[in-house]
Design a protein around this ligand. Structure first.
Ligand code: SF4
Ligand code: SF4
Length: 213
């Protein structure tokens, strides 16, 4: 089980990663809504194009660690939260996506998500960054934040899913890399960011339209 200090550091990094992902506006919300509509219509979801939460299972392997982290930081409200969301309760789940933390409202975890949920950059997000010249071609495939910033992620150790040691320097270096990426994105004029996001929204719409044929 991670220490209190490790969990505090995890949360501090997670918050900055959320700021990074906020740069992409509602791309994830749109992606999730389209994939959910496709799943409800009985269409087969492709792992390459569907919302990552519907085709990945980040929670399954991490569940014991994740459960104990949330019990510790949220106390009794954690179990109530799960029940409210209808997640992890067998037949009560509406979305049959592989991730056990997924509900029809999206991810039930608003903090202390498994590490890769906050660091994975899908092909849509990578394409936005390539489009904005924040990262260079030929990268078009999904990657992790650490692949772009060149700093090892301390998150697996801080969350308790991997044994090892990380020190303040490792955490600062990783945070510094995230800040550099945020700065690069913020240096791009807002209308260009929105246009690049919109192009990915149109890509998703095109894929959904092809599935319907
Ligand atoms: S990270 Fe990518 S695949 Fe996942 S919901 Fe956001 S846009 Fe969709
Ligand atoms: S934990 Fe949340 S963000 Fe991560 S895959 Fe599951 S539903 Fe998505």
């Amino acid at each position: 089980m991670p220490t209190k200090a490790q969990l505090e550091s995890y949360r501090a990094v997670e918050k900055r990663l959320r700021v990074l992902f906020d740069t992409f506006h509602d791309l994830c919300v749109f992606c999730f809504a389209e994939s959910l509509a496709s799943a409800r219509a009985g269409r087969r979801l492709s792992p390459a194009t569907a919302c990552c939460c519907l085709v990945d299972n980040q929670v399954h392997d991490y569940w014991p660690v994740l459960d104990s982290v949330h019990r510790r930081v949220e106390g009794p409200s954690w179990q109530k939260e799960l029940e409210r969301a209808g997640v992890g309760l067998g037949g009560k789940r509406v979305v049959r996506g592989p991730c056990l933390a997924l509900s029809c409202r999206g991810c039930v975890l608003d903090k202390f998500r498994p590490p890769t949920c906050s660091t994975q950059l899908c092909s849509y997000i990578v394409n936005v960054m390539v489009d904005l010249d924040v990262i260079k071609k030929p990268r078009t495939t999904p990657c992790q934040v650490e692949d772009l910033i060149g700093e090892a992620s301390p998150l697996d150790v801080l969350f308790g899913v991997r044994k090892g040691q990380v020190n303040e320097g490792d955490i600062s270096a990783y945070l510094g890399g995230i800040e550099r990426l945020i700065r690069l994105l913020r240096a791009v004029p807002e209308d260009q960011v929105r246009n690049a996001v919109e192009r990915q929204v149109m890509t998703i719409q095109g894929q959904v339209a092809r599935q319907r044929r």
